[in-house]
Write a protein that binds this ligand. Structure first.
Ligand code: GUN
Length: 302
């Protein structure tokens, strides 16, 4: 069965519109997201446009701050400091990658953790790794994929938990293999799955006999950026397969990290590319913005 991230994302965004309307009535204003783009990288321009459109749909106020790629790290951080201090701004996102002369780690650290809607700030990452909410009492659904960690969870892994919840497959006790160990997807995904009582293996470029490791997986999550790395000999029959990769092939078409045509009849559930994980990531960015706003309101800040 094919999991349509596009349809689930549309359902979630309609729900978020209602959440935002209710918040406007309760708090007298709507959440506000600022997206900072440095330079004119064409892929970044498309990603940022998608984020602004999603915000508009959810009735989240948004601002696109386009800065020249000649900007210094210091000046970029000064913009961030201004937004940190602005009580009307709830979420700040700096689109990555940044030009080479700017240290991404410094920039991510410059964002106030409570406004870090990506969940990349070390305070949010540490919180995710050190905190284990009561998962047993948590009923996961597409609307409520993670228990309350009290911090921002990175958008892609959070969206994947929604997709997993949409299948109704029980995660407790299952074997999960995460291929890829990035800070943005692989590592937080592994922690979230451990918290859902999965036995988790993280595979990567040095893993020996990757197909044999993948064949162990009841839940296979692939986030490496290598087109069609995962072939049919990597899939356990009936497995739940989530493809995070978005790769442009020489003929101009898009391909995931999974060979979809070859794997779709062996997997029990599988996400397509495009229309799988991608729309969910943007949707979870909206949810993270709403959640940052709500936490700030509850702390009495406006
Ligand atoms: N560039 C590609 N993906 C992302 C993302 O999720 N967040 C940010 N800030 N930049 C990105």
């Amino acid at each position: 069965m094919i999991i349509s991230g596009k349809d689930i994302a549309a359902q979630l965004r309609s729900d978020m519109q209602q959440q935002v309307e209710a918040m406007a009535a309760e708090y007298g204003r709507t959440p506000c997201l600022v997206v900072i783009q440095v330079g004119n990288d064409p892929a970044s321009t498309i990603y940022v446009r998608n984020k602004m459109r999603a915000a508009e749909f959810c009735h989240i106020r948004s601002q696109h701050l386009l800065l020249p790629d000649s900007i210094s790290e210091q000046d970029l951080c000064a913009h961030i400091a201004e937004l940190n201090a602005d009580n009307d701004v709830d979420g700040i996102l700096v689109q990555l990658p940044l030009p080479q002369h700017i240290d991404e780690e410094h920039v991510i650290r410059a964002i106030l953790a409570e406004k870090d809607v990506d969940g990349f700030h070390p305070a949010n990452a540490a919180h995710l790794w050190l905190h284990q909410p009561l998962v047993k009492s948590h009923v996961a659904s597409i609307y409520n994929p993670v228990p309350d960690y009290g911090c921002t969870i990175p958008c892609t892994p959070k969206g994947i938990l929604s997709l997993l919840a949409s299948t109704g497959v029980e995660l407790d006790g299952k074997r999960a293999v995460v291929v890829g160990r990035s800070d943005i997807v692989g590592k937080p995904m592994a922690k979230l799955l451990m918290d859902r009582q999965c036995t988790v293996t993280v595979a990567h470029s040095h893993t020996r006999d990757l197909p044999a490791v993948c064949r162990e997986a009841d839940i296979l999550i692939v986030a490496v950026g290598k087109p069609k790395l995962i072939t049919k000999d990597c899939i356990k029959p009936g497995a739940l397969v989530i493809d995070v990769g978005i790769n442009r092939l020489p003929d101009g078409t898009l391909s995931g990290d999974v060979d979809f045509a070859e794997c779709k009849d062996i997997a029990g559930f599988i996400t397509p590319v495009p229309g799988g994980v991608g729309p969910m990531t943007v949707t979870m960015l909206m949810q993270n913005t709403i959640d940052c706003f709500r936490r700030r309101m509850l702390q009495g800040k406006e």
